[in-house]
Design a protein around this ligand. Structure first.
Ligand SMILES: [Zn+2]
Ligand SMILES: [Zn+2]
Length: 342
């Protein structure tokens, strides 16, 4: 009897998922230089909540291909909402403020930025911060939760669908996000999926707002419903999917392709394409080299829109203690070509 046939059915499923991941790793990176998936992911278990929610929102985003859901207002709102929720909520709120404390601001503004981040359905602030700090601490080594050194697929989205004990043990949150959980506002968001219901509520508000505008414009029930659904699809579902992949591209593409200004101990890269998608987050090698800096662009041509928004907040007195890079010019290592991938 083969070893495989002795495995229970559940274990066979785990083996199947794991072999799929490692197969992709072998074809994308070469079998000898890849990392194994983190130990905290074993035994392999699908995160069903993540799978269902992320799958469902992707399906709903595809409604954008049906002409009935199109409206000029919906598309404009979809683009504008990327700047509001992704740039302000994720880049500035979750990442540069809550994770790295690259600047300080009044509590009401910090909480507002966190609420905007919640509307991107990337998890609660404490969870997001804990995962990201874990990534920085062990970047491209074990137990980095989403290194593409396992495989490009794993680094982009594979890690999202498997249950990682590091993400669910309260003790880990206390290690990596203790400062956040001391604030009752963030602690409350951990209870009863409150962060998810806030996303749900904001989606309903987009629907109701669109229906109201549609009614004012057309005075008909059909026109009202059409615009409401259009805003829901474009400004919520399409935007959510677009920003998911932009954020995941920072984890995957910016650890695989691009140039390096700094000889960091990880594979982080500066990637202009990711930077276009993620408004400044693509200068990821700069960020790994100086994690607290509120600006990720260090050279004159490394445009970082998120940084200029922080500068604007600083100019009007809403951002203080803004951390700048140690130098705004290329370090000596800038001229060196990037080392080969491990
Ligand atoms: Zn990174
Ligand atoms: Zn970071």
């Amino acid at each position: 009897m083969s070893v495989e046939s002795e495995l229970p059915d559940s274990r066979k499923g785990e083996e199947l998922v794991e072999s799929s991941i490692t197969e992709i790793a072998a074809t994308t990176r070469g079998r000898s230089d890849r990392l194994e998936i983190p130990e905290s992911v074993r035994p392999i278990r699908i995160d069903q909540h993540q799978l269902i929610v992320i799958g469902l929102v992707h399906v709903l985003a595809f409604l954008a291909f049906i002409p009935w859901f199109y409206s000029f207002t919906g598309v404009v709102m979809g683009v504008a909402s990327i700047f509001l929720f992704a740039l302000m909520g994720i880049n500035i709120g979750y990442h540069r403020l809550l994770t790295h404390r690259g600047f300080s601001c009044p509590k009401w503004l910090e909480h507002t930025l966190a609420l905007l981040g919640l509307c991107m359905l990337q998890g609660s602030p404490a969870r997001w911060v804990a995962i990201h700090r874990l990534h920085h601490k062990h970047a491209d080594k074990q137990p980095d939760p989403h290194t593409p050194s396992v495989s490009a697929f794993w680094g982009h989205v594979g890690w999202v669908f498997l249950r990682n004990r590091e993400f669910y043990e309260v003790g880990n949150f206390e290690v990596y996000a203790r400062d956040l959980l001391r604030d009752p506002f963030y602690a409350r968001l951990e209870r009863e999926f409150l962060w998810f219901w806030i996303y749900f509520l904001h989606a309903v508000l987009w629907l109701v707002g669109g229906c109201t505008i549609g009614w004012c414009r057309t005075g008909t029930f059909a026109g009202s419903i059409q615009l409401g659904c259009s805003l829901l699809v474009w400004a919520v579902f399409v935007r959510t999917v677009f920003v998911w992949h932009s954020t995941w591209a920072v984890n995957s593409i910016s650890h695989l392709w691009g140039y390096r200004n700094y000889k960091t101990t990880d594979n982080s890269r500066n990637n202009w394409f990711v930077n276009l998608l993620a408004h400044g987050e693509g200068w990821h090698n700069n960020h790994h080299a100086e994690q607290v800096s509120a600006s990720h662009g260090h050279l004159w041509y490394e445009f970082d829109l998120s940084w200029w928004v922080i500068r604007g907040l600083e100019c009007v007195g809403l951002a203080k203690n803004v951390v700048r890079p140690r130098c705004w010019t290329a370090p000596d290592s800038a001229q060196q070509s990037a080392p080969p991938l491990p």
